[in-house]
Design a binder for this molecule. Structure first.
Ligand code: B12
Length: 269
């Protein structure tokens, strides 16, 4: 494909993604992404017991390592809004994926059919978990211009704040990154997201940047303690109540994971 054809395909793809139900979308070039903070730092993080994303999974990857499909040249990252008045979009019913995640999966699957049928482009649908062959979605979203990494260590979008969920697919053509956008609402904010964390996961830097040959840690300033956050996630899991979901006959635990650092953010409300 010529550069002009790639460019016009990319705008048609974004338009189609919205027709398939996503709210935001953008592209990140794989070469840019390989150098992004999570891809560089995650494999160097100390392994914390049972913290997802640093596990050596069934693909025999090292903890934090990403498996890039050989044909991947660019990544389409899409987002679906999870607003405060639709909390159920985020709930797990036992092992059943949240309905918001199902919307994302359905849209990306539809794109995986539509794109090769309309353009000379091969596609790959990334799974969610890194250890199962997924990628770091927040970095992909930032490089695609969907938003910035906020002080809550989440992608903060102008439209919906951090209250979005992400999914990605690879394309076999080199589309230039459509971000970062330069959007940064956190410079004017007084840490509202950090102050409401029930575990105080943002109180101090987790590690010294020197251990990673850096001047400063990303995640704004390295002040996000993943193991501390995970204490709350485990607590939510332990305290989940059983319920019989609509259309089911058996009762399952409904997992409502902590979203305090999302609710605390005023952007997009
Ligand atoms: C493992 C995981 C967890 C673990 C560990 C979290 C962690 N951050 O390490 C646990 C279970 C604790 C967790 C908690 C949560 N998670 Co989580 N999690 C993931 C998962 C599967 C991988 C994340 C990971 O391992 N990152 C690697 C580590 C090293 O990076 P990091 O600490 O996140 O910080 C990186 C970025 O901030 C980046 N960065 C910093 N500055 C900059 C600047 C630029 C320019 C760029 C490009 C990048 C960048 O570099 C940092 C690396 O040092 C992703 C899905 C995915 N496939 O990506 C979802 C994901 C990140 N989680 C998500 C959510 C919503 C949550 C929770 C709110 C819980 C919930 N209710 O679902 C909390 C929020 C925690 C927080 N404030 O960060 C969303 C975030 C959406 C968003 N708007 O950002 C994701 C993308 C999943 C989704 N469904 O969309 N999560």
């Amino acid at each position: 494909m010529t550069n002009q054809e790639i460019l016009s395909a990319s705008s048609a793809i974004l338009k189609k993604a919205k027709q398939f139900g996503v709210h935001l979308g953008g592209f990140a070039n794989v070469e840019d992404l390989k150098a992004a903070p999570s891809f560089v730092l995650a494999p160097q993080l100390p392994v914390v017991e049972k913290v997802l994303g640093t596990l050596a999974g069934e693909m025999e990857l090292n903890p934090g390592e990403v498996k890039w499909p050989a044909e991947a040249k660019s990544i389409l990252t899409v987002a679906v809004a999870h607003p405060e008045d639709r909390p159920e979009l985020d709930w797990w019913y036992g092992q059943i994926s949240p309905s918001g995640n199902k919307l994302l999966i359905r849209a990306v699957k539809a794109l995986c059919d539509w794109i090769p049928a309309n353009f000379a482009i091969d596609v790959f649908h990334f799974p969610y978990f890194i250890e199962h062959g997924g990628i770091y979605l927040k970095d992909a979203a930032v490089l695609a211009g969907l938003g910035c990494i906020g002080r809550n260590n989440m992608v903060v979008t102008p439209e919906f704040g951090p209250r979005v969920r992400l999914r990605a697919m690879a394309l076999s053509v080199p589309i230039p990154s459509t971000g970062p956008s330069g959007f940064d609402p956190c410079v004017r904010c007084d840490d509202l997201c950090r102050r409401v964390c029930p575990q105080h996961a943002f109180d101090a830097p987790l590690d010294s940047p020197k251990n990673y040959n850096l001047g400063v840690l990303p995640g704004r300033d390295g002040c996000y303690a993943r193991p501390t956050c995970y204490i709350q996630i485990r607590k939510d899991s332990d305290e989940a109540k059983a319920q019989v979901p609509e259309g089911c006959s058996e009762s399952v635990k409904v997992l409502k994971f902590c979203r305090s650092c999302e609710w605390g953010c005023p952007v997009g409300k």
